[in-house]
Design a protein around this ligand. Sequence first.
Ligand SMILES: NC(=O)CC[C@H](N)C(=O)O
Length: 358
Amino acid sequence: MKAYLYLEDGSRFEGTAFGAIRESVSELVFNTGMTGYQEILTDPSYGAQTVVMTYPIIGSYGINKTDWESEKISLEGMVVREYCATPSHYMGEQNLDDYLKQHNVPGIYGVDTRMITKKIRNYGVMKCLLTYKEGTDHLEKLHDFRMPADLGQRFGTTKKVVHAGKGIRMGILDLGCKQGIINILKDEGCTIYQYPWNTSSQEILEDDLEGLLVSNGPGDPKDNDVVIYTLKDLTGKIPLRGICLGNQLLALALGADTYKMKFGHRGGNHPAIHLPSNRVIITSQNHGYAVEESSLPADAEVTWRNINDNTLEGFCHHRLDVEAVQFHPEEGPGPEEGRVILEEWIRILEEKKHAEIG
Ligand SMILES: NC(=O)CC[C@H](N)C(=O)O
């Protein structure tokens, strides 16, 4: 069956439908990962977005039981150059087409993904319509579409969940937390308190945590007024850590500003420099917003910067015990070099606890 992808700049791409047959309007972004489509599909931070995979063949290793970041597919559509319907991998359980159908997510293949990516790079992130009929009102549909403002409330846990462990008590303020983050905290032995987005600062403080991690999540960070208010209240009362959306929200809580990037960073090949040590690591990334470095309070320290475009990739505030990174130390998908950052956060909070006990 034919499918069409219409972009906000007026361009139209004809391809073949796969996955669910459902018209969808969303924001179009590209990901440069050569592998990792299962993690990308299930990463809640892609809520209300359609992803173009720049790697030309997608689906070749199928879908497995372990490489998921949440139980649902979060994105609105998938665009690929060539779809492989006959996957071959010892862990593969299902093909991508069936998986998309099962989760009611549409896809299109056989389109020039290189040209689409170049358009996004030149024009910036665009709205897109994935549909099955040619039409004259398509551009209107695109113009009428607005990214939902409640995305940060849609993908996280709806009730407090506790995962018992033998180590320190870590909270996660869950705005769509990737499973990879939870898995690392579990590996480190933490007892994890996973909180819904609207949990009050008082409720969090009552659990006597060693630290609170603000998770990744979809949408514009500035849409999360309630969370920013909560974080403002928690600042200085409990060690705060953040990943991606969490990095942006902690910066906003400190009075800094965020902005929408032209086309963002999505892929597993982003070099970031750790400024205090002058060391570079290759990071996994998925973000369309960034913290405006010059807006950070004077006593905050910029700790990480992206080498490709010099954007801020992490900061800390020693006195208030706030530390965050814009990239994904838990990878999922991508290089694992950043994992030590999360492990180090836990180790230092453990040390602090033992020092306090004496
Ligand atoms: N992965 C994330 O947490 C993404 C954060 C935010 N939604 C952005 O696009 O910048």
